[in-house]
Write a protein that binds this ligand. Structure first.
Ligand code: ATP
Ligand code: MG
Length: 436
């Protein structure tokens, strides 16, 4: 546990400590990437036609400051959502009322989409169900946002607005709440997870003390969050480069105990993290599996808590409780059987997880990983129908006999052709007939 008792850390950030919000632009920054696209210009021109302002807001502005490509582009406007819909349609832009009650519509142009949200101010907040009203006040809208560097906005001409000194926080690696951390977390407990996600991405070596203290003190509220919301944030958090350090921090500060008490195996995650470069992209589901004890029960509990989709749940269960044993010391035959049974990706993930358990050096994984990469699953050439065609009556025997032939085929390195498998099937059926 990190020491929180120092004089600085015990002092709560007083309300308004971040100073009076700045209303004027702080510097010039040209919109880049998807913000500078023809499609974005068409949307902005439509919104600004009668003199209203429109700005880029949130993550895309922060990412532009950092010079990284934004994942999605959000635009804010004082126009009410119905008016936004009307204008875009009139200008021939497809628009979907994705969250019109909360002021959000989505403009879709070719392969790009832009979320357009009417400026809002909080009137009352009950957990995540804040009652909001539309406004034309840019600072009020910024005040609702979670962290200082997520509260910046950028005009199409390149005026960068930074009401709460997000630029400096970004530069110093400080994830700082807009306003008082405790109050902002009580409004929406998900912000605890967002804090750790952004700390993983943009934070310096030390977490912002006031923020992390508030997260720790209010972690007991995490169970009130819906599974879906936790899942979204958690998978994005585990996707971050510094997920291991951040998970350690979350364990130390008692977050994991309230969030996902089963997910404690951070040293296994660290070992996986050291091997992941061998397969390229990090996979958040494999990372989650690494944190859990092996076995079906826990994986099922976690899938339930996080309301995983069926596909995600199946993947987690497969990684936690594999139908075939995979580890780096398997002989070539067993490796091929496992590959054939699991498919390349699950095989690869299980191999890395097993290597993480055993501390296998990366060099010893080169050969099995290369083999997995070039492996093409050979489909078993027979179907149940082939047995029915030969007069086997429908029923459980069909599956059993078929499995017998599949075993024979697998033992011959998946080489026998359909004709050869049919011949083996006939042989087996004759043998059974003779035995009866
Ligand atoms: P990313 O690049 O990972 O998408 P982001 O900052 O764009 O990061 P989003 O979840 O897409 O994050 O949210 C967009 C913006 O909406 C944020 O930058 C922030 O200003 C605001 N926001 C989102 N969720 C919250 C929340 N729970 N509380 C307050 N503000 C939020
Ligand atoms: Mg975003």
């Amino acid at each position: 546990m990190l020491d929180l008792s120092g004089p600085d850390r015990s002092r709560p950030l007083p309300r308004g400590a971040i100073g009076t919000p700045r209303m004027e632009p702080v510097r010039h920054l040209d919109p880049v990437g998807p913000m500078a696209s023809l499609q974005a210009r068409r949307v902005l021109q439509s919104l600004m036609r009668t003199g209203q302002e429109a700005r880029f807001v949130g993550g895309c502005v922060r990412d532009a400051v950092l010079g990284v490509e934004a994942s999605d582009v959000d635009i804010a406007t004082p126009l009410p959502p119905e008016e936004v819909m009307r204008r875009l349609k009139a200008d021939g832009i497809r628009v979907v009322p994705t969250g019109i009650k909360h002021g959000t519509v989505t403009a879709v142009l070719d392969h790009d989409s832009f979320e357009i949200t009417t400026l809002r101010r909080d009137v009352e907040t009950f957990g995540r169900h804040a009652r909001v009203e539309f406004t034309d006040d840019w600072v009020a809208d910024a005040t609702r946002r979670d962290f200082t560097f997520n509260a910046m906005s950028l005009s199409p001409e390149g005026d960068l607005y930074d009401p709460f000194n997000g630029l400096e926080d970004l530069e110093k690696g400080r994830v700082r709440f807009v306003g008082e951390a405790q109050a902002r977390i009580r409004e929406d407990v998900l912000r605890i997870l967002r804090f750790f996600r952004f700390h993983a991405r943009f934070g310096g070596p030390e977490p912002e003390p006031t923020a992390i203290r508030a997260c720790s003190e209010l972690a007991h509220l995490l169970p009130t969050l819906s599974g879906e919301r936790v899942r979204e944030e958690l998978l994005r958090l585990l996707d971050a480069d510094r997920a291991v350090d951040v998970w350690r921090l979350m364990l130390d500060y008692g977050i994991v105990a309230h969030l996902l008490p089963q997910a404690t195996r951070v040293e296994r995650l660290a070992a996986l993290d050291r091997l992941e470069w061998m397969v390229g992209e990090a996979d958040p589901m494999a990372r989650l599996a690494a944190l859990l004890p092996k076995g079906r029960t826990t994986a099922q509990e976690v899938a339930e808590r996080l309301k995983l989709s069926n596909a995600q749940r199946d993947r987690l269960l497969l990684l936690a409780d594999p139908p075939v044993d995979v580890h780096p010391d398997l002989g070539i035959k067993a490796r091929r059987h496992a590959l054939q049974k699991l498919g390349t990706e699950p095989y690869r993930d299980l191999l890395l997880l097993a290597a993480s358990d055993r501390g296998t050096p990366a060099a010893e994984l080169l050969e099995p990983l290369a083999e997995a990469a070039s492996w093409i699953i050979v489909p078993f050439p027979l179907k149940g129908q082939d047995l029915l065609d030969m007069g086997v009556p429908p029923g459980p025997e069909v599956g059993r006999i078929l499995a017998g032939v599949e075993g024979w085929w697998a033992a011959r390195e998946f080489q026998p052709t359909r004709e050869e498998c049919l011949a083996e099937l006939r042989r087996k059926l004759a043998e059974r007939a003779a035995g009866d």
